[in-house]
Design a protein around this ligand. Structure first.
Ligand code: CA
Ligand code: FE
Length: 303
């Protein structure tokens, strides 16, 4: 019984056509289904039906995000634990929420983010044959990340959400940024034995700071920056490294204002690992190890 990894994000976009063009031609996602007000997309190496859903809305931001579980019984297990913790849970049957979607339970975090656990999403296959595959498909477009990696959310009370994720959903804390007053400014948690699958930073409830795609190495970060520059996509932070997670990264914005990241590196971890702590004095290097400073815009988040 376990939660495996980030499965998908559903983000709001005020211009569905523009966002679809950006996510398919610049990021390089594959479109798998389309409705009048939603477009379903996946990364090339993902087998499941979708990992990014664009939903038409007047604003940008996050509607919900989902984590994949191992077994259908995990949904019952976590529903019971959530309800025991006083959290209302809504259930969706297979395909009920949208094309290709699995069975799911939906609930709100203490920060009002809508989270889901999902099982049995339709498997549409990656872009490679199951027999004697080449290492990558030919003709990939744009950044072409193989898969989605993590979400970074804002919350008024980071500590409360962190405790909830640990106690109710079995996430493990890998790193924390602790303020001089002793409160957690930001936390990083994992379920997949990687440096993080979800992170939280102090800010408005229900806010999305960014979501990240995995790329395989530092050269792919450079290719992503080349792709942004070629298409005139605004790069917020040039290719660099985080102190927290040790990962390498690039930040940029979709044309609707949602912050994207491509991310690689970081470390493998195990459930008995002790969390790493960063102090407020080292916040700059915690977030951007080479610059050592965080610009104010990076800390500004809209809900
Ligand atoms: Ca991860
Ligand atoms: Fe990130």
């Amino acid at each position: 019984m376990s939660i495996l990894r980030l499965s998908h994000v559903e983000i709001r976009v005020p211009d569905l056509e523009l966002a679809t063009a950006y996510y398919s031609e610049v990021v390089g996602l594959v479109e798998t289904a389309r409705e009048p007000e939603r477009v379903f997309m996946k990364c090339w190496d993902e087998h499941q039906h979708h990992s990014v859903v664009l939903s038409y809305a007047p604003t940008h931001g996050l509607n919900h995000f989902g984590f994949k579980v191992t077994d259908a019984e995990d949904l019952d297990h976590y529903q019971a634990r959530l309800e025991a913790a006083g959290v209302a849970v809504r259930r969706y049957g297979r395909g009920e929420w949208g094309p290709g979607h699995g069975q799911a339970i939906r609930f709100a975090l203490p920060s009002a983010h809508q989270m889901e656990l999902v099982h049995g999403m339709e498997q549409v296959g990656n872009l490679l044959p199951r027999t004697n595959p080449p290492p990558r498909p030919m003709g990939l477009i744009g950044m072409a990340p193989p898969r989605i990696d993590h979400v970074f959310l804002t919350a008024e009370e980071v500590e409360t959400v962190t405790v909830f994720l640990r106690d109710v959903l079995d996430f493990r804390l890998t790193e924390q940024l602790v303020g001089d007053d002793g409160f957690q400014i930001a936390t990083w948690l994992e379920v997949s034995h990687t440096s993080h699958d979800i992170a939280l930073i102090t800010g408005p409830n229900s806010g999305l700071h960014h979501f990240a795609f995995w790329v395989d190495d530092w050269n792919d970060i450079r290719t992503a920056a080349d792709t942004c520059a070629y298409h005139g996509v605004h790069i917020e932070t040039n290719p660099t490294r985080h102190g927290v997670t040790r990962g390498q990264c690039l930040y940029f914005f979709d044309p609707c204002g949602n912050r994207n990241e491509v991310y690689t590196g970081g470390y493998w971890t195990e459930p008995d690992a002790e969390p790493t702590t960063w102090t407020e004095a080292e916040m700059g290097r915690a977030l951007f190890y080479y610059d050592g400073v965080v610009n104010q815009r990076f800390l500004t988040v809209h809900t």
